[in-house]
Design a binder for this molecule. Structure first.
Ligand code: NAI
Ligand code: MG
Length: 354
C-alpha cells in the first residue's frame, strides 16, 4: 500500500510527524506500507511555485491513499487566488475525484467537558456525516453575476445533481451505515428545492440494496436544529455539498475540540485523502503545542476505508483512547487535573499505547 504524505504548512509538519511515528510502528508490526512525501499548499508554492505541483500530482495519482496535515498561512494571503495554498487542496480533491467526505463527530468520555453543550446531550456522541463533495451549487453551471432585463445586477448559482452522483454518494453512506448502527438519515430541502426532492427519490431507490439499513429523511433546517437539540438520535447522515458543509462544521463543534476530529475524502474505489478537520493553526505553528490526535485518527480512517484493515484501525483508535484515559492532554484540551503534554510527547504516548 502506497501512502503519499503531504505535511503542508503551519502545524502540518508537526502533526504529520506524529502520524508517521504511528505508521512506522504499524509497519514494524508487519503492516505493508510504503511512504512517499511531497509538498502541497504553501509548501508547494515555496518549492515549485504552485500549490499543487506536478511532482505532487504524479505521486498522488500513483498512491493508494494520501495523508495531509493542513495548508495555508498569513504569508500566502497576498498571493493571487490561483496560487494560494487552499487552491492546492481544492485541486487535489478534484484531481483525485474525491466525491465522498466522511466526517465523524465523536465525544470521548474523558473530554466530556470540552463541549459547550450539556454533558447529558452530548455524552457518548458518535455520529458520522457523509457529505457529497464534487457537485451541488458549488460547481453547477451557469453561475456568475449578470445584468437582468430590468437593468439591475444579479448574482446566481445553479443547484445541480445528476442521478449517478446521488447514487454513488448514497452507496457510500449506506455502506458506512451498514458498518455502524444501520441507521441513515438523508438530509434535504425537498419541500422547496427540486434538486433535493430528486435526491430524496434516488436515496429511496438506493435503499432497496440495503434492506438491513433503516433510512429516514429530514429537512435541512430541522436537521440543524436537531443536531444541537438531540444529536444522539443520529448515526449516519448523508447530504449534498452545501448542506453538508454547514452541518458537518456544526456537528464537529458538538465535541468542542477541533484538534480531535479526523476526516476522509474518498473516490469510487476507496482511494482516499485523509486529514484533520482543522487548519494550519499559524498561531501555534512551530511551538510543539498542536494536538496531533485528529491526524492520528485520520490514519485510523485510512486503515478502515482505504485498506479495509478494520482491526488495525480500531487498534489505533484504542491507543488514542488509552492516552486520554492516562490523563494526557495537549494545550487545546487541557483542564485542571490532567497532564499537559507537547505535540511530540502526545505522539510518543500513542506509540507507547500501541
Ligand atoms: P485553524 O483550524 O487553523 O485554527 C483555528 C483555531 O484552532 C486556532 O486557534 C488554532 O490554534 C486552533 N487549532 C487548530 N488545530 C489545532 C490543533 N491540532 N491543536 C491545537 N489547536 C488547534 O483555522 P483558521 O485559523 O481559520 O485558519 C488558519 C489557516 O488554515 C488559514 O490559512 C486557513 O485557510 C487554513 N485552513 C486550512 C484547512 C485545511 O488545510 N484543510 C482547513 C481550514 C483552514
Ligand atoms: Mg466548511
Amino acid at each position: 500500500m502506497k501512502i503519499l504524505v503531504l505535511p503542508g504548512d503551519g502545524i502540518g509538519p508537526e502533526i504529520v510527524a506524529q502520524a508517521k511515528k504511528v505508521l512506522a510502528t504499524l509497519q514494524s508490526d508487519g503492516l505493508k506500507i510504503e511512504l512517499e512525501e511531497a509538498p502541497l499548499g504553501g509548501a508547494g508554492y515555496d518549492a515549485h511555485g504552485a500549490p499543487y505541483p506536478e511532482v505532487t500530482q504524479k505521486l498522488a495519482r500513483a498512491a493508494d491513499a494520501v495523508l495531509l496535515g493542513a495548508v495555508g498561512g498569513p504569508q500566502y494571503d497576498k498571493l493571487d487566488r490561483p496560487l494560494r495554498p487552499e487552491r492546492g487542496l481544492l485541486a487535489i480533491r478534484k484531481d483525485l475525484n474525491l466525491f465522498a467526505n466522511l466526517r465523524p463527530a465523536i465525544l470521548y468520555p474523558e473530554l466530556a467537558n470540552a463541549s459547550t453543550l450539556k454533558p447529558e446531550v452530548v455524552s457518548g456522541l458518535d455520529i458520522l456525516i457523509v457529505r457529497e463533495l464534487t457537485g451541488d451549487i458549488y460547481f453547477g453551471q451557469p453561475r456568475g453575476v449578470r445584468i437582468n432585463e430590468a437593468g439591475e445586477r444579479e448574482g446566481f448559482n445553479t443547484m445541480l445533481y445528476s442521478e449517478s452522483e446521488i447514487r454513488r454518494i448514497g452507496h457510500v453512506a449506506f455502506q458506512a451505515a451498514r458498518k455502524r448502527n444501520k441507521k441513515l438519515c438523508s438530509v434535504d430541502k425537498a419541500n422547496v428545492l427540486e434538486t433535493t426532492e430528486f435526491w430524496k427519490e434516488i436515496m429511496i431507490d438506493v435503499a432497496r440494496d440495503y434492506p438491513d439499513v433503516e433510512l429516514s429523511h429530514m429537512y435541512v433546517d430541522n436537521a440543524a436544529m436537531q443536531l444541537v437539540r438531540n444529536p444522539k438520535q443520529f448515526d449516519v447522515m448523508v447530504t449534498g455539498n452545501i448542506f453538508g458543509d454547514i452541518l458537518s462544521d456544526e456537528a464537529s463543534m458538538l465535541t468542542g475540540s477541533i484538534g480531535m476530529l479526523p476526516s476522509a475524502s474518498l473516490d469510487a474505489n476507496n482511494k482516499g485523502l485523509y486529514e484533520p478537520s482543522h487548519g494550519s493553526a499559524p498561531d501555534i505553528a512551530g511551538k510543539d503545542l498542536a494536538n496531533p490526535l485528529a491526524t492520528i485518527l485520520s490514519v485510523a480512517m485510512m486503515l478502515r476505508y482505504s485498506f479495509n484493515a478494520e482491526e488495525t484501525a480500531t487498534r489505533v483508535e484504542n491507543a488514542v483512547k488509552a492516552v486520554l484515559a492516562q490523563g494526557l492532554r495537549t494545550a487545546d484540551i487541557y483542564e485542571a487535573g490532567t497532564e499537559k503534554v507537547s505535540c511530540s510527547a502526545m505522539g510518543d504516548a500513542v506509540v507507547a499505547a500501541l
